[in-house]
Design a protein around this ligand. Structure first.
Ligand SMILES: C[S@@+](CC[C@H](N)C(=O)[O-])C[C@H]1O[C@@H](n2cnc3c(N)ncnc32)[C@H](O)[C@@H]1O
Length: 196
């Protein structure tokens, strides 16, 4: 598996449990899920609006006709992953996708995002996003947010961060801007309603 999957997988795996059912929402090719299945023992299901011809075929795939709806029952998965998918949607759409991810999750939501820390970071982020997504035809509205802005979005949905880490990824973007990974759990009223 590639250097990128190693880099992402190593950050996410310590926050999952072997045997977890995991929905990889916006899975792309599903290679991060493959890494997590092999190294962390989770059981992935992939979902995406784009049915990649080269996606991992060993996992179930939920094709999405609607970018705001995954065809699955409420609370179907222990964990939902939203890895580098949200910024491909306009700002006003991101909140609806977060709500859909929360609907499907039982225990934890993991979000990884491009989170440029300043103007130079932002310029590199825009350039890489354009280059890396051209061949797949995935939209790039450059709808990035900072770490505090994402935390506000998650709090509006009743999710608190139990852990956040920001870093400059080596692969494939050569440490030119920041990524952040958010590990989120329900709090307050949402937690109470999920426990019923
Ligand atoms: C940069 S790729 C990341 C793929 C994978 N998560 C990874 O980290 O390797 C973003 C993916 O999110 C998907 N995506 C974007 N918006 C989505 C939405 N609203 N619902 C489902 N998938 C979405 C795109 O089709 C694309 O496959």
């Amino acid at each position: 598996m590639s250097l990128r999957e190693n880099e992402v997988g190593r950050r996410v795996a310590p926050h999952l449990e072997a045997g977890d059912t995991v929905l990889d929402l916006g899975a792309g090719t599903g290679r991060v899920s493959l890494w997590l299945a092999r190294r962390a023992g989770v059981r992935p299901t992939l979902a995406d609006v784009v049915p990649y011809s080269n996606r991992q075929r060993e996992f179930p795939f939920l094709a999405m006709d609607d970018p705001f709806h995954v065809p699955a029952e409420d609370r179907s998965f222990d964990v939902v992953l939203l890895l580098f998918a949200l910024h491909h949607n306009r700002y006003e759409a991101q909140s609806k996708i977060v709500a859909e991810a929360i609907r499907l999750m039982r225990r934890r939501l993991v979000v990884a995002e491009d989170t440029p820390f300043g103007r130079v970071d932002h310029a590199f982020n825009v350039a890489w996003d354009k280059v890396l997504n051209l061949r797949h035809g995935v939209p790039t509205p450059f709808a990035f947010r900072s770490v505090p802005e994402w935390l506000d979005v998650f709090l509006e949905h009743g999710m608190r961060a139990v852990h956040v880490e920001s870093y400059r990824p080596r692969w494939p973007t050569l440490m030119t801007y920041h990524h952040s990974v958010f590990f989120l759990e329900p709090e307050g009223r949402l937690a109470a309603s999920m426990a019923e």
